[in-house]
Ligand binder design. Structure first.
Ligand code: SF4
Ligand code: SF4
Length: 121
C-alpha cells in the first residue's frame, strides 16, 4: 500500500540534503533566477547547483538556501517557487521519487524545525 504524502509545504523533505550537488541548476534555471542567482547558486567546476545552507538557523541540517522554514506555522516554503530549477519541477508529489525522498530524509525537516523552536521555559 502506498502512503499519501503530506502537502509539500508541510513536508519539505526533497529540499533537504547534505550533498553540495543536490539540485542542479541549468543555464536557463540560472537566467530565471535573475538577481537571486549569485546568492543562491554555487559552482562546482563548470556545473551549477542550488547552495546548501548548513550554518545559521538549522545548524548542521543541510537544506537548500531557497527554503524558508516557519517553526510557528510548521511549514517549508520555496522562496523562488515560480523560478525554481527544472529538477525541482520534475519531482512530482506522490511519485516514486517523492516517496524515496520522504523515506530517506523525512525526519530532517521536523528536526530542523525543532532547532528553530525556542525551548519552553
Ligand atoms: S514533493 Fe514529496 S518529498 Fe518533496 S516536499 Fe512534496 S511531498 Fe515532500
Ligand atoms: S529551489 Fe525550492 S523547490 Fe528546489 S530544492 Fe530549493 S527550496 Fe526546494
Amino acid at each position: 500500500m502506498r502512503s499519501e504524502p503530506e502537502d509539500c509545504v508541510r513536508c519539505g523533505a526533497c529540499c533537504f540534503s547534505e550533498s553540495e550537488r543536490h539540485a542542479r541548476v541549468t543555464g536557463d534555471d540560472y537566467a530565471r533566477l535573475g538577481d537571486d542567482a549569485a546568492r543562491l547558486v554555487v559552482f562546482h567546476g563548470n556545473q551549477a547547483f542550488m547552495r546548501i545552507e548548513r550554518a545559521g538557523e538549522t545548524g548542521p541540517i543541510g537544506r537548500c538556501a531557497a527554503l524558508v522554514l516557519d517553526a510557528e506555522a510548521g511549514t517549508f516554503l520555496c522562496a523562488i517557487y515560480e523560478r525554481r530549477p527544472d529538477v525541482c519541477r520534475t519531482l512530482e508529489r506522490g511519485s516514486p521519487a517523492c516517496a524515496g525522498e520522504r523515506a530517506t530524509k523525512g525526519d530532517r525537516p521536523r528536526r530542523a524545525l525543532t532547532v528553530l523552536t525556542p525551548p519552553r521555559r
